[in-house]
Design a protein around this ligand. Structure first.
Ligand SMILES: [Cu+2]
Length: 399
């Protein structure tokens, strides 16, 4: 209600000003003055008003900056090692921007106020000056070059190769959730292949079990379609369509079968012990984490504002980002004076209807607590062990 009244008052003030201007116009018409003949007194008034406006503008800028200081990410503690560099770069840009803002606006309003039209004074015709041209070309070029070189240095440091002992995890996106994958006891992430994606294997992990179950899924589906062709009375065009689908699935199956030909220990043996987590994931403090990003469907963007990190996740390719968390969740809760505080991973690309809901909590713990948490997670393969499921039992049946 208060907001509505404020807006109403502002609106009424604008209407009142417009009416006053109209009355002024009409009265000068009555005084038989030409519209373009502005008396000196009016110009002087406008000139002074420029200065008043400048002071009001600067005043409100400073007031807003101070009033909302605590809400700005800029003034919040970064929770990663490289975050400090990003914040410094950001601050450096702001200092330049604010300096230029005050400089340019001061010159604009002071000149407008000083050089208002006076009777008998003619403006100086000043079409060109080489020195001025040089000054306003060279100075911005130097400043921009400094900003770009500074920014690239920071960026290269972030995207550099990760350390040997870095924790490598995968952050997998799809409409509309995140899955984070940790290597199991073997210390390696297993291979993945989009052709193996299914309801039970959303990440397309490659193990002989997932290959077998995908082949079975395709076999069942082709059998179902074949029986439809045989048992139903369908128009020729529909039969052709179903036959094409069957052919496509057979090709799909042959491609998956080819995956089995890779040496068993190089491809299939690492994914079964991988750990998949949803809803919340844990990172160790002071250890470098290399994140590999993949997407199942469209472009998403993994945004972790407290760590000053963001990377697009792109279907068909792997993108990476490395970061070292430096503040545990518990410490950050104390700093923020908010016991409910949690770090978040958000999607920062408008990727569909439930985009707003695509988020995951991040918990930063000391190394020991992290290891403890990881050891309590269930591996991808758990409970699905079956002695009979050996590689020899998988055959490619001809259709
Ligand atoms: Cu998304």
């Amino acid at each position: 209600m208060g907001k509505f009244l404020t807006i109403l008052v502002i609106l009424l003030v604008v209407v009142a000003l417009a009416q006053i201007a109209r009355v002024y116009e009409l009265s000068s018409e009555l005084r038989k003055r030409k519209e373009e003949e502005v008396p000196d007194a009016d110009n002087r008034f406008n000139a002074r008003f420029f200065l008043v406006f400048m002071v009001a503008l600067f005043g409100s800028f400073i007031w807003l900056t101070l009033a909302y200081k605590d809400d700005m990410a800029l003034f919040q503690l970064p929770a990663s090692e490289h975050g400090v560099g990003i914040d410094n770069l950001y601050m450096f840009n702001w200092v330049i921007l604010i300096f230029v803002f005050f400089l340019v606006q001061t010159v604009l309003f002071v000149f407008a106020s000083k050089y208002y039209r006076k009777k008998g004074v003619k403006a100086l015709f000043f079409p060109h000056d080489n020195r001025l041209e040089l000054v306003w070309t060279i100075i911005p070029s130097i400043v921009l070059a400094v900003i770009i070189i500074y920014g690239l240095t920071i960026w290269n440091r972030i995207t550099d190769d990760a350390a040997e002992d870095a924790l490598v995890i995968e952050v997998y996106s799809r409409q509309f959730d995140w899955t984070v994958r940790y290597p199991g006891p073997d210390g390696r992430l297993g291979a993945s292949d989009y052709r193996l994606i299914s309801a039970t294997n959303p990440l397309g992990l490659v193990t002989h079990r997932t290959i077998k179950s995908k082949m079975e899924e395709l076999e069942n589906e082709t059998a179902r379609l074949s029986s439809r062709i045989q048992n139903e009375v369908l128009p020729d065009s529909r039969v052709k369509e179903l036959q094409e689908r069957i052919d496509r699935m057979n090709r799909h199956r042959a491609n998956i079968f080819a995956l089995l030909e890779a040496p068993f220990d190089t491809l299939h043996n690492f994914a079964d012990d991988d750990i998949l987590v949803r809803g919340e994931f844990v990172l160790p403090k002071n250890r470098e984490v290399k994140m590999l990003f993949r997407s199942q469907d469209v472009i998403h963007s993994a945004y972790m504002p407290h760590f000053r990190a963001q990377m697009n996740t792109v279907p068909g390719m792997t993108t990476t980002f490395k970061l070292t968390p430096t503040v545990t969740t518990d410490s950050m809760r104390l700093v923020q004076k908010n016991p409910e505080f949690n770090y978040v991973l958000l999607c920062n690309k408008v990727c569909g209807a439930a985009h707003y809901n695509m988020q995951m909590a991040i918990v930063v713990e000391e190394e020991a607590a992290f290891e403890q948490w990881l050891s309590e997670q269930r591996p991808f393969y758990e409970g699905k062990d079956d002695e009979d499921e050996t590689i020899e039992n998988i055959t490619l049946t001809e259709n």
